[in-house]
Design a protein around this ligand. Structure first.
Ligand code: PSU
Ligand code: MN
Length: 308
């Protein structure tokens, strides 16, 4: 069966020439941020990647077609489409088979990136092991995807709404390298600090690209998780956030929020409780990740050379 995968003309020609391309997810647009900041941030990330001489490829499923790279007006149309589904590894093939539309999570965006031949992907924060996972079993499919799919994902660390020590343990078990950039500690999304030492550290994007290529030379499946701290001027210290996160999690439990709805619910409550400050931080860190991902993609395309 032919895969209904459609790269934009710009992405297709960049990939054919071996030029750097950075994948971007779309769940952050539809479920991770309110309007109009969601679309503004999506367009700003694309511009940031272009400013680093790479090509952005925002991924979404539109009417059953896996789109890799959207034009700005398509991206605006997608962002304002009501009721879009959140598609992860379990959902993406069914959505495509039934002609549905939806936004791709980190896991589903990695699947699309691999299918299109893109090695680097920028996002805000990955999903992970939720607090209370020992009873809820809520562990994001993003972690298993990192174990399977050879894409380097640049994030600002596991969100502080998660159980970060358990998330790191899970990643270690899955054999996923967690590589901190510019500091020894794992950053915690809105905060630069988690109190936990990163298993690995590489400050030079060229070396991160080499490590990506080395995994493939070793025949290792799975990707790398690059954790890039939010710029200091935009961070919210963990101490300030913790009481709000505790309250948001208690509310989610009391309201019976489960499965896919948990992450969007918590992000939305924290946005409200911080009076919008969490959103400004989120925007800064996603853009910061887009720039780093573009530099890694540059190095990777230099290593791999022009493709057929
Ligand atoms: N990062 C953000 N905002 C988000 C997400 C990540 O800054 O909304 C999304 C990503 O798409 C990620 C998903 O894959 O949350 C994780 O959801 P879950 O915990 O249900 O697997
Ligand atoms: Mn979950």
């Amino acid at each position: 069966m032919r895969l209904p995968l459609q790269p934009s003309p710009e992405v297709a020609s960049a990939l054919a020439a071996g030029r750097p391309v950075v994948a971007l997810e779309s769940t952050i647009i539809t479920h991770g941020m309110p309007a109009p900041e969601n679309i503004e941030t999506a367009l700003a990330c694309e511009a940031d990647i272009r400013a680093e001489a790479a090509v952005p490829a925002t991924v979404a499923v539109i009417d059953g077609v896996l789109r890799v790279g959207l034009e700005a007006d398509e991206l605006r149309g997608f962002a304002s489409r009501p009721g879009l589904a959140k598609l992860s590894r379990a959902d993406i093939a069914v959505a495509m088979a039934t002609g549905a539309s939806g936004a791709t999570t980190v896991a589903a965006t990695m699947i699309a990136a691999r299918a299109a031949g893109i090695g680097v992907f920028a996002t805000g924060g990955i999903g992970g092991v939720h607090r209370g996972a020992e009873t809820s079993f809520d562990v994001s499919a993003d972690l298993t995807e990192l174990a399977h799919t050879p894409v380097t994902v640049v994030a600002a660390g596991p969100k502080a709404i998660l159980d970060i020590p358990k998330t790191l343990e899970r990643l270690e078990t899955l054999g996923v390298p967690v590589i901190a950039v510019g500091q020894d500690e794992v950053p915690a999304f809105w905060s630069r600090s988690s109190g936990l030492r990163a298993p690995l550290r590489i400050d030079d994007p060229a070396r991160i690209a080499t490590a990506h290529a080395m995994r493939s030379a070793l025949g290792l499946p799975g990707g790398q998780l690059v954790v890039n701290p939010v710029p200091a001027a935009k961070e919210i210290p963990a101490e300030a956030l913790m009481p709000m996160i505790d309250r948001a999690i208690a509310e989610a439990r009391a309201e019976g929020v489960a499965a896919k709805a948990v992450t969007p619910f918590l992000l939305d409550r924290i946005y409200e409780m911080t009076g919008g400050a969490s959103l400004r931080t989120n925007i800064a860190l996603v853009r910061n990740n887009a720039r780093l991902a573009a530099r890694i993609a540059q190095e990777l395309s230099g290593l791999l050379g022009p493709r057929g």
